[in-house]
Design a protein around this ligand. Structure first.
Ligand code: NDP
Length: 254
């Protein structure tokens, strides 16, 4: 069944960081199904190749680039490489993320730097590069993948919570500044999604607590993030900016 026209992403070029992993892969495949050309940017080349093959099977132009988003000097060359191969980037999803869960009293400086650089700083610098190009075309969509810890405190993982909280504020601030260029900037808050990142939370007492607190009574699947991402990437959301949308089975309301 064809997607309604307002959700059609044909003619768009989408960049998804961390596109070889759980949520990033789900969003990248969703974009491809909606007709976008897709570039995935991540470090692991084997995983990159696997998802690239899936994207190609959907019949859209696609590339996978090896990129460590914490290497600031590599961000602009990577984005330029995407534009050379696929055309001007009109959608950026800042999805690459890591978590280090350790108590604040013993949190190491190198872990703080790594988590904040991956989950917050790289999102801003990639957005800055993308926005410079999008502004020339007077259209663009930036989607930041935030977290329930953007809203709530975390029992451990101080850097993760601080970075994800900052990402929502960065989303709002960029949304204001970029609105005159017809660039919409929004954030998605996944609930507990079944990916490599959440393997430690998928058993034991913590798992039971999550299931009890989630009205839907289960973890989400990575592909369930795609619908909201397509909305935020498409004309359907042209009057939506600076928003934070939960895709969480109701976790945030309980
Ligand atoms: P995964 O671990 O499955 O995927 C993480 C992705 O990020 C991988 O593709 C990984 O690829 C990439 N990545 C990590 N570090 C870097 C880096 N330095 N440079 C480039 N790519 C990097 O986790 P999820 O899919 O669960 O997480 C995706 C996003 O969703 C993250 O931002 C996470 O914080 C957020 N999130 C997830 C939730 C969940 O329940 N799963 C809940 C709330 C938020 P590679 O290792 O090859 O570089």
């Amino acid at each position: 069944m064809a997607a309604p026209k307002m959700f059609d992403l044909s003619g768009n070029v989408a960049v998804v960081t961390g596109g070889n992993g759980g949520i990033g892969r789900g969003i990248a495949l969703g974009f491809a199904e909606a007709g976008a050309a897709v570039a995935i940017l991540a470090r692991n080349e084997d995983k990159n190749r696997g998802v690239l093959a899936e994207l190609e099977r959907l019949g859209v132009p696609a590339i996978a680039l090896k990129l460590d988003v914490t290497q600031r000097d590599q961000l602009r060359p990577a984005m330029e490489n995407v534009e050379r191969k696929l055309g001007p980037v009109s959608i950026l999803v800042n999805n690459a993320g890591i978590a280090v869960m350790r108590g604040a009293m013993k949190f190491r400086a190198e872990d703080w730097d790594r988590v904040v650089e991956t989950n917050l700083s790289s999102c801003f610098f990639l957005s800055q590069i993308a926005a410079q190009s999008m502004a020339q075309h007077q259209r663009g969509k930036i989607i930041n993948i935030a977290s329930e810890y953007s809203i709530f405190g975390a029992q451990s993982g101080i850097a993760y919570a601080a970075a994800k909280g900052g990402l929502v504020q960065a989303t709002k601030t960029l949304a204001i500044e970029l609105a005159p260029h017809n660039i919409q900037v929004n954030a998605l808050i996944p609930g507990w999604i079944d990916t490599d990142l959440t393997v430690p939370a998928q058993s034991g007492k913590f798992f039971e607590e999550i299931i009890t607190r989630t009205p839907a009574g289960r973890f989400g699947k990575p592909e369930e993030m795609a619908g909201a991402a397509i909305f935020l990437a498409s004309h359907a959301s042209d009057f939506v900016t600076g928003a934070t949308i939960c895709v969480d089975g109701g976790f945030a309301i309980r």
